[in-house]
Design a protein. Structure first.
Ligand SMILES: [Zn+2]
Length: 354
């Protein structure tokens, strides 16, 4: 085993420690589709994109709100058609995640967004699984897959999706709930979440992003989720905060997402410090990084700069990410030790660096 602290570091203008080791727990694989890959897949599959160049497409990545983002997001998915496309998409994400210090990724996918276009659920899952099966060896990243239901589709559609996924459940760790939140409360999906639990799956749900604190209560008490995705609006309800703190329910917060979707105008206004002060088990994640201008470590850097978070706070966020993950205990402990080693190496840098 190599000791990070004892490795010589001849370069003094580059930190030896690199990005903080972290887990990414809120990441939509479809939201990692970069303009370059979108054009490459469009060419490969003979799909016409309504943009002439990658630059023109990148300029379209400017959103007024959640719905205007979702419109582009679903339009671009037309380029994803074959198992190879899904494998390439996941490989591209994993390569970037590695550079960002991601050691473990729990990855969302939206089967209904693909089956609605005539792509079989097996094509999606087998393609993603092919990349994820190689992730440990190729990128040094452990992975889990989370199947999300689109909450603006019907409860019946979610049930049909779950049944179609039954032959692939050994590939899936959890079910989730995403897409346009307002008007689609968690209770709508009570039945499919009960089936997922019966099948031994973990449960997560987007709640309290644009929707009210009542949706977070419902996700907890009706769906019985293990984690809340976003959950920032929980801060509007003192009793809810107390409950989330008491049970240490993880919240997967996505700072650059709020900025790009205009939930906050300035990251300096983000409630992350107040959430940490309240004792919430908060994690920092990238959500849809190709669209929101940053991957996992970019989000850490953004909150560090905008909110003035110190190294100890950033390490707390990184430790939270492993604590909030669905990892087995020995692996979780191994990753937590990597953060200790990173701290030791960063300390040495501080002592010797300029
Ligand atoms: Zn999300």
């Amino acid at each position: 085993m190599t000791s990070v602290a004892s490795s010589p570091n001849p370069s003094t203008d580059r930190p030896a420690a690199g990005p903080l080791p972290k887990a990414e727990l809120h990441l939509h694989i479809e939201g990692t589709l970069e303009p370059g890959l979108a054009f490459a897949l469009a060419r490969r599959n003979g799909v016409e994109l309504p943009y002439a160049t990658e630059d023109e497409l990148r300029r379209a990545y400017s959103f007024a709100d959640l719905q205007s983002f979702l419109d582009l997001y679903y339009a671009l998915m037309a380029v994803l058609r074959t198992e190879d496309d899904f494998a390439d998409l996941a490989h591209a994400y994993l390569a970037r995640a590695k550079e960002q210090g991601v050691r473990h990724a729990e990855i969302f996918f939206d089967p209904q967004a693909h089956t609605a276009r005539g792509v079989a659920i097996g094509t999606v899952i087998d393609g993603l699984a092919r990349a994820l099966d190689a992730a440990e060896e190729t990128y040094g990243i452990s992975t889990r897959l989370i199947m999300c239901f689109l909450r603006d589709e019907s409860a019946e559609s979610a049930l049909a999706t779950f049944e179609a996924a039954r032959p692939y459940l050994h590939r899936i760790t959890a079910v989730g709930l995403d897409s346009a939140e307002v008007g689609h409360p968690p209770v709508k999906f009570r039945e499919v979440f009960a089936l997922a639990k019966e099948a031994g799956l973990k449960c997560v749900a987007h709640a309290g992003e644009e929707g009210p604190p009542a949706y977070v209560w419902e996700a907890l008490d009706v769906l019985g989720v293990d984690r809340i995705d976003h959950g920032v609006r929980s801060m509007e309800d003192e009793r809810l905060v107390a409950r989330l703190v008491a049970d240490q329910v993880p919240l997967t917060v996505c700072p650059l997402s709020y900025l790009r979707l205009r939930v906050v105008d300035d990251l300096a206004d983000h409630p992350l410090p107040a959430m940490l002060d309240a004792g919430l088990l908060v994690t920092v994640n990238s959500d849809d990084p190709a669209y929101f201008g940053g991957y996992a470590d970019d989000n850490f850097t953004a909150v560090r700069d905008a909110l003035g978070l110190d190294g100890a706070t950033l390490r707390r966020l990184a430790r939270n990410s492993f604590r909030a993950s669905f990892l087995d205990e020995p692996t979780r402990e191994r990753y937590l030790k990597e953060i200790d080693a990173h701290e030791a190496a960063a300390g040495q840098d501080g002592a010797h660096g300029a």
